[in-house]
Write a protein that binds this ligand. Structure first.
Ligand code: PEP
Ligand code: MG
Length: 601
């Protein structure tokens, strides 16, 4: 069943679809859909003591499958009636199989009686059931029906198996160079697998501009749009598509005029990028000489040359999650050290802020599951669960290994250590203890160490950290404001929500007030504060951030020069007035209007 892709029907007329702009630029190319990677399962026996763990894994895979199918079922509403009528019953049949079906009972019994892994049981039972359609029926249904029913059972098994072995649903290998990758959903870990020179552009149905997938796609630097409703259903493999990453518009089957206009826009964009390059050596200061330091965020090491070209004054946020993604085992201290050192050396004396692993929420990291480090019980609300520093405090070895690797890298240039998802002051104390412990232990072993411990800072990305910023400022060396999560947790709205709901917006006055409180607390304590959420990428927001008191911003490397242009066009007094109005505004919509008015002056 190709229900996941829901690619019916395939209109040939020009069709513009609107989503959320993620990475600016224009892409023109043929549509390519991500293919499913090959499932390879080795049949394995287990001991009796492992039965309950395997049953647990099966339960998790079933829960995940139910979620996936429910999501697909909801998407059917975007399809024409006949497609819905064709695919709906198939999804219902799969959902039924996930209930208390005979098939699932047989899988469970097979694990218990034959002492095999959950994956082996799923494979054996679904294959046997599919084969039985041809052997046991007395009613002699049409051969086509039998084949379809057998394929449904196999497809059901494949879904469970993919969930069990955490195989991504997507693979990008073998897709044509220069094509535009379209998908229903992309996980942050999927995005980390994409080779940026391979695709002209990317678009997906799910996701918003504040989610982690958006963050990863920005790192790739190719035009990208997320949250495009109905995209996969309407697109045809191989047909031409235009991605406008600035306006957030996807045009399927563009006509000649649209293609010519897009080609012109693409050339304009390239020219504008070249012009921006001239700003590289100019200072980042307002017209009245307030210096605004611009740093880069780093998601993946291949961004380093782009960061160097941007003239960023160091790395304000290095997300270390990529080191742990798409691998079976955890990276050890040496492997982590080599990567950190490479980044530190590439920055040639400019500071590198390395954030400790921020697992959790929508970031699934397979190596952590394989190492048994993440909670066995399914988290009902992963964004509110064992995320960031909370997991690190539960997994001291993980924390210590990462700290040790960072300390070693700090021999090669200035490094700062950043703690994610902090809500309580005790959480910094735990990390500081671990830092001193590792330091003393390495001293005893005679290991070469830098003269001082790296500064320890926190992400201010929860309302708790912002509201208690005065307390936190006494206990750490710097703040980095993460507006992506700060907005999500303040507004109780998922950062991946599609923009049409208008629930998630980091420009809501409540979020701006928390930013302002954090900056005031940092200034009073005399510690540096930067802002490294996606808001920092947006030049139209730069005057507001300056008005909120920020003097250090960290953003996607590709945005540094655009933001510098905005800084150089700003005047402090006007920025202060803008921020005062925005904080007092009744809602985000008014803040957007204030920004428009400010830009128009
Ligand atoms: C943030 O939350 O704003 C942030 C920078 O961290 P991340 O996007 O990695 O959660
Ligand atoms: Mg965050």
């Amino acid at each position: 069943m190709k229900a996941e892709q829901l690619r019916h029907p395939k209109p040939r007329r020009q069709l513009p679809l609107v989503g959320m702009p993620v990475t600016p630029g224009i892409a023109i190319g043929p549509v390519a859909f991500a293919a499913e990677p090959k499932l390879e399962i080795a049949r394995q026996k287990i001991s009796a003591s492992d039965v309950s763990a395997q049953l647990h894994l099966l339960d998790d895979a079933v829960t995940q499958a139910r979620k996936q199918l429910t999501k697909l079922r909801a998407r059917l509403a975007n399809l024409p009636e006949e497609s819905e009528a064709e695919i709906g019953p198939l999804l219902d049949a799969h959902l039924h199989m996930l209930g208390s079906s005979r098939l699932l009972r047989m899988i469970r019994t097979t694990i218990e009686d034959r002492l095999v892994t959950a994956a082996t049981a799923v494979l054996d039972v679904t294959e046997a059931q599919a084969a039985a359609f041809f052997g046991e029926s007395d009613q002699k249904p049409e051969p086509g029906d039998l084949a379809r029913q057998a394929e449904e059972v196999r497809e059901f098994g494949r879904r469970l198996l993919r969930n069990l072995i955490r195989l991504p649903f997507r693979s990008f290998v073998g897709l044509p160079h220069g094509s535009v990758l379209l998908a229903d959903a992309l996980r942050p870990a999927d995005a980390a697998l994409i080779e940026p020179t391979h695709f002209a552009g990317i678009a997906a149905e799910e996701g918003g501009d504040g989610g982690h997938t958006a963050v990863m796609l920005r790192a790739l630097g190719i035009p990208a749009v997320l949250g495009v409703n109905g995209l996969v259903a309407a697109a045809r493999e191989g047909s031409t598509v235009i991605v406008d990453g600035e306006a957030g518009v996807i045009t399927l089957n563009p006509g000649r005029r649209s293609l010519a206009a897009a080609a012109r826009q693409r050339a304009d964009f390239t020219r504008a990028q070249r012009t921006l390059g001239r700003l590289r050596r100019l200072p980042s200061e307002t017209t009245d000489h307030v210096l605004i330091e611009l740093q880069a965020n780093l998601e993946l090491p291949f961004e380093l040359p782009m960061v160097a070209r941007s003239g960023a004054a160091g790395i304000g946020l290095m997300r270390s999650e990529f080191l742990f993604m798409n691998r079976e085992t955890l990276p050890d201290e040496d492997a982590q050290f080599r990567t950190y050192r490479e980044v530190v050396e590439a920055m040639d004396g400019d500071p590198v802020t390395i954030r400790l692993l921020d697992w959790g929420s929508e970031k699934e990291i397979d190596s952590l599951s394989a190492a048994g480090l993440i909670p066995e019980t399914h988290e009902v609300n992963p964004a509110l669960g064992l995320r960031g520093v909370r997991l690190l405090n539960e997994a001291p070895d993980l924390l210590v290994t990462q700290i040790a690797a960072i300390i070693r890298a700090s021999l090669y240039g200035p490094v700062r250590l950043l703690v994610p998802m902090v809500c309580r002051t005790g959480e910094i104390a735990l990390v500081r203890d671990a830092l001193s412990k590792v330091w003393r232990q390495r001293q005893r072993l005679g290991q070469r160490l830098p003269t001082t411990l790296p500064p320890l800072g926190i992400m201010v990305e929860t309302p708790a950290a912002a509201v208690a910023a005065v307390d936190f400022a006494r206990r750490c060396d710097f703040f980095a404001i993460g507006t992506n999560d700060l907005a999500m947790y303040t507004l109780a709205a998922d950062r991946n929500l599609p923009p049409r709901y208008a629930l998630y917006d980091a420009l809501e006055p409540a979020v701006l007030r928390l930013i302002s409180m954090t900056v005031t607390a940092a200034d009073a304590a005399g510690i540096p504060v930067s802002l490294c959420g996606e808001l920092a990428n947006r030049p139209e927001v730069t005057p507001l951030l300056i008005g909120l008191g920020l003097r250090q911003l960290s953003m996607h490397g590709g945005a540094v020069l655009r933001v510098k242009r905005a800084v150089r066009a700003s005047t402090r007094t006007a920025c202060d007035a803008l921020a005062a109005d925005a904080i007092a505004a009744p809602d985000a919509l008014t803040v957007h209007l204030l920004l428009d008015a400010h830009a128009a002056v």
